[in-house]
Design a protein around this ligand. Structure first.
Ligand SMILES: Nc1nc2c(ncn2[C@@H]2O[C@H](COP(=O)(O)OP(=O)(O)OP(=O)(O)O)[C@@H](O)[C@H]2O)c(=O)[nH]1
Ligand SMILES: [Mg+2]
Length: 330
């Protein structure tokens, strides 16, 4: 059992995180993943020490998802070099499937190897996935917030086909789906009525030629035109991470979606909404449906939380206390 002396001091840690010091970034992520009460309290203080504007109203939180081997990490590496050329600082959280076949926390290493552009303004971290949040490690939300405090772009890479793709979109501003040429999986996924989930589709491995072109044509055929001028038109792009083609267009497309969110005044409300969902999920885990209903029900809680100005752990703690107070008082 570790004593509280081994927990980092939140104020010092926050300053070092903002300075993008690697050991501090790693320490902060570990603290957020630590369920012990003292760690929780310190994690809450850490989040409060960070500039709230950066957490909720600036930067870009991107989800990159798609079937295994589609080239998500290779595309991420290619995007990192573009973003660095544009002067942007990048953090990558690679959510590894816990399956022993893929060997656990290796994607980060692979990415580090692939990217020639890893300098002090790029931070890459592999997270083991414990199957919560449908494939995304439970603490990815607060972890993303901490990364947003220090980096311009935070990219979350998740593996998945089928329903799992939805989940990364529940915590990111922009979701990119990477399709594998000649794979029915992608088309099936998109036809399954989850078409509205990704904001950009990209067929990687364009260097394979015909197979990639065919998949691109199929994807385009499934895309519906945007409803009215204020809707986002999902583009289907083509790229080759291996040859470095189409990367500029992909980076531009991703940025266009962020600009669209800002014009629609959606960036901040989206993050607040995802945070509310995260808090609700935590409450559900601890107190179940009964607890959530005792607190006014999921819908009322989501509305209340999305309007509140506090950090995730505070929201969670306040509701927890309210529930326990009601319960003991009745
Ligand atoms: N021909 C070709 N191969 C590519 C391209 N991009 C990636 N690959 C290859 O595809 C394989 C998978 O690439 P990754 O980038 O690891 O794919 P991933 O989607 O991150 O894979 P997981 O994280 O394991 O799901 C590797 O062997 C890459 O070399 C490309 O543009 N063209
Ligand atoms: Mg990968």
């Amino acid at each position: 059992m570790l004593s509280s002396a081994t927990f980092p001091d939140p104020e010092t840690l926050a300053a070092a995180v903002l300075d993008r010091q690697r050991p501090a970034l790693a320490k902060a992520l570990n603290l957020l993943d630590d369920k012990r009460p003292e760690a929780r309290r310190r994690a809450a203080r850490l989040l409060l020490q960070l500039p709230q504007e950066k957490l909720y109203a600036s930067g870009h939180l991107i989800g990159l998802t798609g079937p295994p081997g589609a080239g998500k990490s290779s595309l991420t590496a290619a995007l990192i070099s573009r973003w660095r050329q544009r002067g942007l600082r990048v953090a990558v959280l690679a959510v590894d499937p816990s399956s022993p076949i893929s060997g656990g926390a290796l994607l980060g290493d692979r990415l580090r190897m692939l990217s020639g552009q890893v300098d002090s303004e790029v931070f890459i971290r592999s997270l083991a996935c414990r199957g919560e949040f449908g494939g995304v490690s439970a603490e990815v939300w607060p972890m993303s917030l901490v990364m947003l405090a220090a980096f311009d772009i935070v990219l979350v890479e998740t593996v998945g086909v089928g329903q799992k793709e939805i989940d990364v979109s529940k915590l990111t501003d922009t979701t990119v789906f990477v399709a594998q040429p000649a794979s029915g999986d992608s088309i099936q996924f998109l036809k399954a009525g989850i078409m509205e989930v990704p904001h950009l589709l990209v067929v990687n491995k364009a260097d394979l030629g015909l197979a990639a072109r065919k998949t691109l044509a199929e994807l385009r055929a499934t895309l519906k035109p945007a409803r009215g001028g204020s809707s986002w038109q999902v583009p289907a792009l083509s790229a080759s991470a291996a040859r470095g083609t189409g990367i500029e267009e992909l980076a531009d497309g991703i940025e266009a979606h962020r600009q669209w969110l800002i014009r629609q005044n959606q960036l901040n409300p989206r993050r607040k909404k995802f945070q509310a969902e995260w808090v609700l999920k935590r409450l559900n885990e601890e107190f179940g449906r009964f607890g959530v209903n005792a607190l006014g029900g999921a819908d009322a809680l989501l509305t209340e939380l999305a309007l509140a100005d506090s950090a995730p752990f505070e929201q969670y703690e306040a509701l927890r206390q309210r529930f326990l107070g009601n319960w003991s008082g009745s």
